[in-house]
Design a protein around this ligand. Structure first.
Ligand SMILES: NC(=O)c1ccc[n+]([C@@H]2O[C@H](COP(=O)([O-])OP(=O)(O)OC[C@H]3O[C@@H](n4cnc5c(N)ncnc54)[C@H](O)[C@@H]3O)[C@@H](O)[C@H]2O)c1
Length: 274
């Protein structure tokens, strides 16, 4: 299931900003042809131009991945995709009772339901060719719940379940297609600006360049699950503890305080180019 990126077509949703943009630039450097889909046509075009200026191949399209019809129409016009990176995501950062109903629905439409629409557009081609990778960008919040992330965390748990179930289907039928799930802790892109980490030595705020490089490495090595930093992997075995002990441990690591000063994306740096 190893898949070198050279001469492959890589589609990245949310490729106009943050780690999506960096994965687009990085995959182009590794010799891939890039398709950028983003809600913001301007951001997508700007990344396309950056890639072309560096001698790479890229096309860009404004696509709202939460819109089933738009995804179907855009998918029909897109060349066969070898690596699909489901990366587009949103966060509201509100407590359950403070979030609007619209924001809650949007979180699920973008972070969860869009995975179905976009993957269903490109998976048949991958299966027919017996080769491909579907990357699902979940989150560490897809492995553990976090205060002020009820909608976000639930949408990312769902993304994790989507990717794991898909992996089972693809393996069971010997398709040759890989499903890679990515679970990063906070990344310094601006999406979660204001968050604070208590134990920075074990749970550092990640650099976007590091995360994007690791994801591309994981695609090329056929990895199935990428959790960053590695310490986050301790969440799974900690679940054998009684719930009160598990909660105590999470509180000791300050997990439920991380969002106390959350501001979200800084309007001054909408494309995560800080
Ligand atoms: N930043 C973090 O701390 C962090 C941590 C873990 C996981 N993640 C996940 O990583 C992914 C990328 O995050 P980022 O930090 O680069 O964020 P970002 O805000 O920089 O980029 C997200 C991109 O998705 C696009 N997008 C949003 N809604 C869309 C839609 N409906 N259709 C198409 N595009 C849409 C935005 O325009 C933007 O370009 C997200 O799925 C996020 O949940 C981020």
């Amino acid at each position: 299931m190893r898949q070198q990126l050279r001469d492959r077509t890589v589609l990245i949703t949310g490729g106009g900003s943050g780690i999506g943009r960096l994965m687009a630039l990085g995959a182009a450097e590794r010799g891939a042809r890039i398709v950028i889909w983003d809600l913001s046509g301007e951001a997508a075009t700007s990344v396309r131009d950056e890639i072309r200026a560096a001698g790479g191949q890229a096309v860009a399209q404004a696509v709202d991945v939460a819109d089933r019809d738009a995804v179907r129409a855009a998918g029909a016009q897109t060349e066969p995709v070898d690596v699909l990176i489901n990366n587009a995501g949103v966060v509201a950062g509100k407590q359950l009772l403070d979030a609007t109903e619209e924001a809650i629905e949007r979180t699920f439409r973008v972070n969860t339901l869009a995975l179905f629409w976009v993957t269903r557009a490109f998976l048949p081609g991958m299966i027919a060719r017996g080769d491909g990778t579907v990357v699902t960008v979940s989150s560490a919040a897809g492995m553990v719940g976090v205060a002020r992330q009820t909608d976000y965390s639930a949408s990312k748990f769902a993304a994790f379940g989507f990717a794991e179930s898909l992996r089972g289907e693809l393996r069971k039928h010997g398709t040759g297609v890989n499903s890679l799930v990515v679970c990063p802790y906070y990344i310094d892109t601006g999406m979660f600006s204001g968050v604070q980490t208590k134990v920075g030595s074990l749970l550092p705020i990640l650099r976007p360049e590091y995360v994007s490089r690791k994801v591309l490495d994981a695609v090329e090595s056929g990895t199935r699950q990428l959790v960053m930093p590695r310490f986050v992997r301790a969440v799974a075995p900690a679940r054998v503890l009684p719930v009160a002990a598990f909660d105590w441990l999470m509180d000791r690591f300050g997990i439920n305080d991380t969002m106390d000063h959350f501001r979200g994306r800084d309007e001054q740096q909408p494309n995560g180019r800080s």
